[in-house]
Design a protein around this ligand. Sequence first.
Ligand code: UGA
Length: 432
Amino acid sequence: MKLAIIGTGYVGLVTGACFAEVGHTVYCVDNNAEKVAVLQAGGIPIYEPGLAELVQRNVAAGRLHFTASTEEGVAKSEVIFIAVPTPPQPDGSVDLSYIEGVAREIAACLTGYRIIVDKSTVPVKTAEKVAETIRRYAKTKVEFDVVSNPEFLREGFAVDDLMRPDRVVIGVASQRPVAAMREVYTPFNAPIIVTDTNSAELIKHAANSFLALKISYANALSAICEASGANVQEVTRGMGLDARIGTRFLNAGLGFGGSCFPKDLSAFIHISEQLGYDFRLLKEVQHINAEQMTRFVKKITDTLWVLRDKRIGVLGLAFKQNTDDVRQSPAIDLCQRLLKEGAKLRVYDPEGMDKARPLLPPGEAVTYVDDMNAVPEGCDALVIATEWPQFTQLDLPRIRKAMATPIVFDGRNLLDPAEMEHLGFIYKSVGR
Ligand code: UGA
């Protein structure tokens, strides 16, 4: 099929590349001409495992194109996906101005029937508004359908999640676009749920909020485990093996971050309020998440006492493993809190250092280190803030010798408490 994707951020670019990989012809549109030029020259603006190869292969095969012209994308495609940002506003609601802007742009170029698909995460009832907008701004009385097709990819695993989705959700207001939407997704061999647009939009907010709830549940349990001497990993494993619960997304740690969970929770609470429901359960999920970081920082200050001029090594800046994304990263939040107390930081992240620099400017208080094993040199404490798997491969005997005082705070429970103690570390993790 011929498809256009408007917006080449995480979702748009990976979706476009994966659609091309299964044989569709894809026009990726972005209004940032500089970004389009980078992509046309073979550059990839984000770090995502497997993405660069996928883009190169499909550009070479002539299936993946980049353009700054919405008109070209709309003219050449049967289905147009909207994948533009929906950033949070201070009151927790979502800024839908990019979606509205794209809807108007599409309306201005529509000359014949098109399917317009919203892939961005949006509050319930957005598809209805998009349809209304296109109807209002279309130059002629042209036919179209608006479909809601939320994306469930995780950063760091985006290509894999897209190529092998658990399910595909297609929300429609009429039956006309269903066959074409099925055709887009048939190569992915996933269960396809066809429903109404409002339910499709709610599925996305409901799923992300439930996953955030699982994490907050595990984090709340970690507090009880610390108070009682139990081990949260044993508890969540024992719970999770019940197939009705499942073992995934029950890792206690520093709490969830990133550009999705915090934003989607606020948005879901906000839209629920507008619809007349006080979603107190989700407010508590947010509260537990914030508290988890405060409890962890207290653990550090309780141990180190005064932080002023203490040297602290921090491993991990990205909001999770396998990504360079530092937006709403718990690791950055932690660093900022330590800096506020006067600590001097030595920081490292395998991919996130460039994007972290504007948030944690290098200088007297922050030193960026290129080698994870060199981070702890001369430090009074070492903190693990992101769940990068390579942090389980640290040269611990070397680190033990290099530290001023061998204290490790493991915010992601990556290391083995018994081994750490055996090596002579004072080791504190979360809920165990
Ligand atoms: C999340 C969802 O998992 C995707 O399904 C969804 O498509 C995406 O949001 C989105 O709305 O676009 P993402 O934010 O990329 O994906 O990352 P996750 O892997 O979900 O991790 C989110 C945060 O939760 C991270 O800070 C991670 O460290 C934390 N987390 C995750 C935990 O603290 N414990 C866990 O057990 C799992």
